[in-house]
Write a protein that binds this ligand. Structure first.
Ligand code: ADP
Ligand code: ADP
Length: 227
């Protein structure tokens, strides 16, 4: 169960209030898109859920349990960022395998090979596994970045504008792909963007943040039909 609940969560940076008592529930298996202008608090929300930052007030629960005392590794959350976080000198295969080769996980090599093949198939990059990461197109690199999150089978995906550096055609392709991945894996996704088309086409619910406050939350229909 990867239901996520924020209860009256606040975060300040010096005099800046990044989040102001935000309460929000993301259902298990939902694809929630957080929309809002620059500075609204979207990235801060992801960093608090993943454990990269601690809130000043409020509580964060994953699967009904407070995670504020848990390290990022204990939260079983995968983050995908706008910029590709690939190792350029490694092959696509080794980039995908890297998260599984951590000394903590001790995943057997045959299990790693199986998982890498499976994820490459989902992302349709099977033919590129032996290429160097630097030899890929932007869209392929972003697929590999998403793949590095997928291999660990996390209960929760946090994505911060993962498509914003891509051209319109690739963005459209990957929107379809992300929807398909969500449907296939049944995973819970929290996805930050300022792109309304991404929100409308992918979200089960949209949350609109403005100046650190959650000003709207509902299905795309509810959000776009309200005055
Ligand atoms: P910009 O249009 O430059 O991206 P805005 O401040 O107008 O910046 O809004 C940022 C995003 O949040 C936009 O995608 C906008 O559609 C969305 N947004 C803001 N308020 C609402 C609202 N009430 N309902 C739906 N979407 C909203
Ligand atoms: P968004 O992702 O919606 O653009 P952010 O969550 O990045 O918004 O930022 C929310 C507010 O917090 C902004 O005013 C931003 O300048 C501020 N902020 C974010 N991170 C830091 C930081 N590390 N230090 C100081 N201020 C920050």
């Amino acid at each position: 169960m990867a239901e996520v609940t924020l209860h009256e969560v606040s975060k300040r940076y010096g005099a800046t209030v990044a989040l102001d008592r935000v309460s929000l529930t993301i259902a298990d298996g939902a694809f929630v898109v957080l929309l809002g202008p620059t500075g609204a608090g979207k990235t801060t929300t992801l960093r608090l859920i993943s454990g990269l930052e601690a809130p000043d007030g409020g509580d964060i629960l994953i699967g009904g349990r407070s995670v504020l005392r848990d390290t990022p590794a204990q939260r079983d959350v995968a983050m995908v960022f706008q910029q590709y976080s690939l190792y350029p000198h490694m092959s696509v295969r080794d980039n995908l395998a890297f998260p599984l080769r951590s000394p903590v996980l001790r995943t057997p090599e045959d299990e790693i090979a199986r998982k890498v093949r499976e994820v490459a198939e989902v992302l349709r990059i099977e033919g590129k596994l032996d290429n160097k990461a630097t030899a890929l197109s932007g869209g392929e690199m972003q697929r590999v970045s998403i793949g590095r999150a997928l291999v660990r089978d996390p209960q929760l995906f946090l994505m911060d504008e993962p498509l914003s550096s891509l051209d319109a055609k690739l963005r459209a392709d990957l929107r379809v792909e992300l929807k398909r991945i969500h449907a296939t894996l049944g995973a819970t996704l929290l996805y930050v963007t300022h792109d309304q088309i991404e929100a409308m086409t992918m979200a089960t619910e949209i949350g609109v943040l403005d100046q650190g406050r959650l000003v709207q939350f509902g299905t795309p229909r509810e959000v776009y039909e309200s005055p």
